[in-house]
Design a protein around this ligand. Structure first.
Ligand SMILES: C[S@@+](CC[C@H](N)C(=O)[O-])C[C@H]1O[C@@H](n2cnc3c(N)ncnc32)[C@H](O)[C@@H]1O
Length: 488
């Protein structure tokens, strides 16, 4: 075992006899191979990463990992993702902290790949935090257009915003609301993701202690919340649009039964689409459960049993709303304060030598007194519900001199031609630990004192201050840091 790995506690792993004695025993007749299923739940899950399409190719990420002595494994059906051993701590790596990759379970990456996403579509992610799928949606739309990411929890929405900032997402507005009450005035969407709150039985490989807390009343309790959410998703989907419903539980009460009830309520205005997932061995949705017989089309849902692909447990249904229905009128759009920022933008452009016309691709908005937020030029969120945030906080203007935020520095970094300071590996580690460190003689000769964008191997890391006294001060934010040094 080396420095960067930690042993997974063997004591916490589940044994097949514990699974057999648990609430999960009720799935015996649904699972094709009970012993393999029970054994798989006792194995820790591989760590799965995806390469940030805005920043690095999967080939270049693979190279970085191999240089670290790792053997990343490609995943059939997920060409942008890689598997690493369960003990690997992705969040502690320098390249993770600066948004080159995101860790997200393999099955959890699948829903977004099935949504037939294209730039120009308006997308609602109803239960979005902590935002792995939101970020996937954002990049599938080429980081342009309009995604609204909603969650009921303020704390989880903050975590989502942190992920979007780190990854450089520019086309997301966040809202905090109970999605089952999402207002009609917010308009209709081309695509809706409902990754519903659920009893999470499928996450036992990551959270073995959940087994003790599984409560037989959970499935029914979640089922009624899920129906309310899915009903709202159907209402907010435009005619001809798609709704992706997913959970990470095995319980039919939260999966096929929810979908069957909403299909029945919609009386032909909604249909289940067949799903093809190359590279994954899936099982059809169940059509009988505890005496209830469901329409045969429910078999079009897909179940992911952990032993079949060495993943967590998951469920997916893809629903299409009848294209012949009348669409609702377009919603009123949010008014964003986009004027009066030219001086700030020009100051930043000229200092860092960004190309002429650099800001044309963006929309700027002063969301708080602290500074400016940046969005894709065509980002057009609805006026209601009120937003928690728009785009990415990129320029702090209430300090002297004004300075890009870390997410701003990561964003402009690749096109900066001045005041960019390439660090050595040792300096990079000190920088990410927020330490003060010495420049080399060459670095001092080239750079006058002041603010610079620190980079490593050409990848922007964030803002640093080169002091007259001859030291470099890291401005890497503490909440992004504390982990990243010494990782290769
Ligand atoms: C399965 S998690 C979503 C994971 C997320 N889609 C991702 O990939 O990162 C379910 C989320 O639903 C949120 N939630 C629960 N009830 C909700 C409601 N009524 N409206 C909106 N969000 C809700 C929870 O706070 C939680 O963040």
């Amino acid at each position: 075992m080396n420095q960067r790995t930690a042993r997974v506690s063997a004591a916490s792993l589940l044994r097949p006899d514990q699974i057999a004695a648990s609430w999960l025993a009720r799935y015996r007749d649904l699972v094709d191979d009970w012993d393999a299923f029970a054994e798989a739940l006792g194995r820790p899950l591989p760590v799965t990463l995806w390469a940030n399409p805005g920043r690095i190719s999967v080939a270049a990420l693979t190279e970085l990992l191999v240089e670290q002595g790792l053997s990343p494994q490609p995943i059939q059906g997920l060409p942008n993702a890689l598997n690493l051993p369960p003990e690997f701590r992705a969040g502690q790596q320098w390249w993770y902290c600066v948004g080159l990759a995101h860790a997200q379970e393999a099955v959890s990456q699948l829903p977004v790949t099935l949504m037939d996403l294209k730039p120009g579509q308006r997308v609602l992610d109803m239960c979005a935090a902590p935002g792995g799928k939101t970020a996937q949606i954002a990049f599938a739309l080429d980081n342009r257009g309009t995604v609204v990411a909603n969650d009921i929890s303020y704390a989880r929405l903050k975590a989502l915003q942190g992920n979007l900032d780190r990854l450089g997402v520019l086309n997301v507005t966040t809202t905090q609301s109970d999605a089952s009450n999402w207002p009609s005035a917010g308009g209709q969407f081309d695509r809706i993701l409902l990754d519903a709150p659920c009893s999470a039985e499928g996450t036992l490989r990551r959270h073995p202690s959940l087994l003790q807390r599984l409560d037989p009343s959970d499935a029914e309790r979640f089922g009624s919340r899920q129906r309310a959410l899915l009903r709202k998703a159907v209402q907010r989907c435009r005619p001809g649009g798609l709704i992706l419903y997913s959970t990470c539980t095995f319980a039919p009460e939260e999966n096929e039964l929810v979908v069957a009830d909403i299909l029945a309520e919609c009386d032909g205005r909604l249909r289940l689409r067949a799903i093809d997932i190359p590279g994954f061995d899936t099982a059809p949705g169940v059509t009988q459960w505890q005496g209830r017989v469901l329409p045969p089309e429910l078999a079009r849902c897909r179940r992911f049993w952990p032993h079949r692909n060495d993943t967590g447990g998951f469920f997916i249904a893809l629903l299409e709303k009848d294209a012949g229905l009348s669409p609702e009128p377009e919603p009123e759009l949010a008014t964003l304060d986009g004027d009066g920022h030219d001086e700030w933008l020009e100051g930043l452009r000229s200092k860092y030598g960004l190309p002429e016309g650099y800001w044309c691709r963006y929309r700027v908005h002063r969301q708080t007194r602290r500074g400016l937020h940046l969005m894709a030029a065509d980002h057009a969120p609805p006026a209601v519900p009120p937003a928690a945030g728009h785009g990415l906080f990129f320029h702090r203007t209430n300090v002297h001199p004004p300075k890009p935020t870390t997410s701003g520095a990561l964003l402009i970094g690749p096109e900066v031609t001045r005041f960019r300071l390439e660090l050595s590996r040792k300096q990079r580690d000190a920088y990410l630990r927020r330490e003060t460190f010495a420049p080399t003689r060459e670095q001092r000769a080239v750079h006058p004192p002041g603010q610079v964008i620190a980079s490593y191997r050409g990848y922007a890391l964030g803002i640093a201050i080169l002091h007259r006294s001859g030291v470099i001060e890291s401005q890497f934010p503490s909440r992004w840091s504390g982990q990243a040094a010494g990782t290769d």
